[in-house]
Design a protein around this ligand. Structure first.
Ligand code: NDP
Length: 307
């Protein structure tokens, strides 16, 4: 079967590109319009991000989340705690945020310092404010197929991309490389549900998979979230497949001032000659994650309106 609509056929220049920057901008505009409507109804959506410690990468992500929520007209707050914060102190803060009616989304940035158990923290977040979609209640709802939970932002963003670009998912063979709880497993759970943008036959691969290429070559839609720079090469991809690269890896690059550059898990230059539609890195899945976080926060806020 064909993986994508005919407009996605590869051209002589290679696969058509999925523009995550443009799509994320569209979603953020949709969110901003919803924020205006919610404010008129008396609710200003609020996202609070908690950052424990001084991990440089986390600080960048958290800053971007705060900026994006403010740009969308929401209240975006970051609470920065020292790395010495105890688990009990963090849990007390989470409970305080759970009880705060002006806060609709609560997100504790990972990774946490080693003395704090991330699962315990996630379980303390009110599932109705768990806009990351990591609480077991939301994970369960996603698996069951209940639409009133929150799906994790990165896989939800990937699904939205597929829908936006008219990729036919019904009956398609989807292969997900990676089985993490934040990307691989929820990605598979989304694609296997019945309904639009799903109804796929899903295979999950991981580091113990025998003959990875044998699986990836069968994929109409290949979604890669392994964290291994350029591990998917052209010979591992079926001609005409749709390839979604979630990976973000920094590799040395002497030609850059920073001495590094960002690459995905897919060998972009090689694979684009074979695929019909492909996400670049950067500019593909990355921008979608924050856009979907804003979307989840607006949904959380909308739910607080009287029925
Ligand atoms: P994890 O390290 O948690 O999971 C990686 C998964 O890939 C594991 O299931 C692992 O298998 C599997 N894997 C690793 N090597 C191989 C291999 N050689 N063959 C098959 N499977 C393999 O990573 P995440 O899911 O958190 O992230 C994956 C990538 O996506 C990273 O590059 C990350 O930076 C990026 N990312 C990007 C986001 C975005 O917004 N664009 C958001 C989140 C992540 P096993 O379980 O057996 O170890």
């Amino acid at each position: 079967m064909r993986a994508a609509e005919s407009s996605n056929s590869p051209t002589s220049a290679g696969a058509r590109l999925i523009d995550g920057v443009a799509l994320a901008k569209l979603i953020r505009a949709e969110v901003a319009a919803e924020v205006v409507a919610l404010k008129e109804a008396g609710v200003t959506p609020g996202l609070t991000v908690v950052l424990v410690g001084d991990d440089a990468g986390s600080a960048v992500y958290v800053g971007a989340k705060e900026k994006a929520s403010r740009e969308a007209g929401m209240t975006g707050e970051t609470i920065r705690l020292p790395a010495s914060t105890s688990q009990a102190e963090l849990l007390a803060l989470v409970e305080q945020l759970n009880a705060d009616e002006s806060v609709h989304g609560v997100l504790v940035q990972m990774p946490l310092p080693k003395h704090i158990d991330p699962d315990t923290v996630i379980r303390h977040i009110d599932p109705l404010k768990d806009v990351d979609g990591f609480h077991p209640v939301n994970v369960g709802k996603l698996l069951i197929g209940h639409s009133d939970g929150f799906a994790p932002c990165t896989p939800a963003g990937v699904q939205r991309m597929l829908v936006h670009y008219g990729v036919k998912t019904r009956g398609a063979d989807v292969v997900v490389v990676g089985r993490s709880t934040i990307v691989g497993k929820p990605m598979a759970a989304l694609m296997v549900q019945s309904g639009d943008g799903a109804d796929a036959t899903v295979t999950i691969c991981h580091s113990r998979t025998r003959d990875l290429a044998g699986h990836t070559r069968r994929a109409d839609i290949l979604i890669v979230a392994a964290g291994r720079a350029r591990m998917i090469t052209a010979d591992m991809v079926k001609p005409g497949a749709v390839v979604i690269d979630v990976g973000m890896n920094r590799i040395p690059d002497a030609s850059r001032k920073s001495g590094t550059r960002l690459v995905g898990d897919v060998d972009f230059e090689g694979v684009r000659q074979v695929a019909s539609l492909i996400t670049p890195v950067p500019g593909g899945v990355g921008p979608m994650t924050i856009a979907m976080l804003l979307r989840n926060t607006v949904r959380a806020a909308r739910r607080t309106l009287p029925a």
